[in-house]
Design a protein around this ligand. Structure first.
Ligand code: PMP
Length: 458
């Protein structure tokens, strides 16, 4: 039985009857009905009614090699036939997680050569939190367990992921976060820089907030700082260049570990394997997921720095943590094939040298001057468009994000899948986009902005 046996109406009825969607207002969804995506090819997705959409979000920031890669399906098929599952507990493992760990050690930033697997970014952030606290306990400093994060950060939706993240609406529904996590200001100059403050000065001030939090808690009580190199779900917030070097300097000064969440920025999106390499950051852990398999299989990998790994090995004693699917052989087989595609097709170099700069040029030249656009910013193939009522004062339209939803709805109706977070439109396309695809996206976004402006100024 396949979906073709059912009409859209039937699928929507079953969906409404039984399926609780993630991050969804269920009352609203059941009134509106669901769009059902049934197939995809290259940069395009298609719904059950045959509408073609250019996927500006690579699924959910993950389908970096684009859709329809038979090679990845074949890698999964071969592995499933040979060995669909075995675990990595009890002194066992399977071959593909071993090969993948070796590969990840090769491409990871210097000083990072170990991997702990999970099935999602959230799971790997749970691992990261437990691992850094365990590290300090092994160092004889169990009280050094506070983790500093940022407001509006997104680190996943498990209890630890939500606690690490800085989304207040998520915290409000948590009923008690994991203790000893504090949040400081985000490096978001567009809204938070003071009049006359340069980007550079703002970046230093935002980093100073990390130092203030360390000093307030006492450096002997602070285990780590965690951050996305570029905040993704929070609105593609690209920090000033001064921010990360200063955060890193501060972490070193107080012997605070630096945890990077590269669930979005990992595996080519910024024009390097990892944003830490694009930005010159040397972290102690890197959380990765999503594009590790280009979303073709659920898999995450926490990349662990040698300092932490050496302590685990030297001290010995069990680390009581792991998942049934840690190092799933099928997911790891697909990851290996996916990394091979990224390398063979030179997708990272293409983003760095060609499509990344072109993406910035086109979005800046064609969209930044639009009547409801307050700022355009990009980094590699990540982009943000700030929607404002007044370009001079950066005043927003009323309704707290409602304006961006108007833009998004016009974009989708016009064949452009993109996302709205707050008053920011965001883009994170597959790395296979060409100059032509970027032009096509700009055409469609411009049309959506025009239609939205007409609606919003009515
Ligand atoms: N960290 C970041 C930076 C993310 O963007 C996400 C997902 N969007 C996660 C963690 C959580 O990943 P997952 O949804 O796979 O649990």
């Amino acid at each position: 039985m396949t979906y073709q046996n059912f009409s859209l109406k039937q699928l929507q009825t079953m969906d409404a009857a039984h399926h609780l969607h993630p991050f969804t207002d269920h009352k609203d969804l059941r009134e509106a009905g669901t769009r059902i995506i049934t197939r995809a090819d290259g940069p395009f997705i298609y719904d059950s009614e045959g509408h073609e959409l250019l996927d500006g979000m690579a699924g959910l920031w993950c389908v970096n090699v684009g859709y329809g890669r038979k090679e990845l399906a074949e890698a999964a098929y071969r592995q499933m036939q040979e060995l669909p599952y075995y675990n990595s507990f009890f002194r066992c493992t399977t071959a593909t997680p071993v090969l993948l760990a070796q590969k990840l050690a090769q491409i990871a930033p210097e000083g990072i050569s170990q991997v702990f697997y999970g099935s999602s970014g959230s799971e790997s952030n749970d691992t990261a939190l437990r691992l850094v606290r365990h590290y300090w306990a092994l160092e004889g400093k169990p009280q050094k367990n506070i983790i500093i994060s940022r407001h509006n950060a997104y680190h996943g939706s498990t209890v630890a992921g939500t606690s690490l993240g800085g989304m207040s609406a998520m915290h409000d529904q948590l009923g008690g976060a994991v203790p000893n996590i504090v949040h400081v200001m985000m490096p978001y100059a567009f809204e938070l820089a003071m009049p006359g403050e340069s980007d550079h000065e703002f970046g230093i001030r935002a980093a100073k907030a990390v130092e203030d939090a360390i000093l307030e808690a006492g450096p002997d009580n602070v285990a780590a700082f965690i951050g996305e190199p570029i905040m993704g779900a929070g609105g593609v917030k690209i920090p000033p260049e001064s921010y990360w070097p200063e955060v890193q300097r501060i972490c070193r000064q107080y012997d605070v570990l630096l945890m990077l969440d590269e669930v979005i920025t990992g595996y080519g999106r910024t024009g390097a394997w990892f944003a830490s390499q694009s930005m010159g950051i040397q972290p102690d852990t890197i959380t990765t997921a999503k594009a590790l398999t280009s979303g073709y299989q659920p898999l995450s990998a926490l990349l662990v720095g040698d300092r932490i790994a050496a302590r685990l090995v030297e001290s010995g004693g069990e680390f009581y943590h792991g998942y049934t699917y840690s190092g799933h052989p099928v997911a790891c087989a697909v990851a290996l094939a996916n990394l091979e595609i990224i390398e063979r097709e030179g997708l990272i170099e293409r983003v760095r040298d060609d499509t990344g700069p072109y993406f910035r040029q086109v979005l800046t030249e064609r969209l930044a001057g639009h009547g409801i656009v307050g700022q355009v910013r990009t980094f590699g193939l990540m982009g943000a468009i700030e929607i404002v009522k007044d370009r001079q004062t950066r005043e927003r339209f009323p309704g707290d994000g409602a304006a961006a939803v108007v833009v998004r709805d016009h974009a989708i109706a016009g064949g452009m899948m993109m996302r709205a977070t707050g008053d920011t439109m965001i883009l994170s396309p597959p790395l296979i986009w060409t100059r032509e695809t970027i032009d096509m996206a700009a055409d469609r976004i411009l049309r959506a902005l025009d239609l939205a402006e007409a609606d919003l100024r009515k």
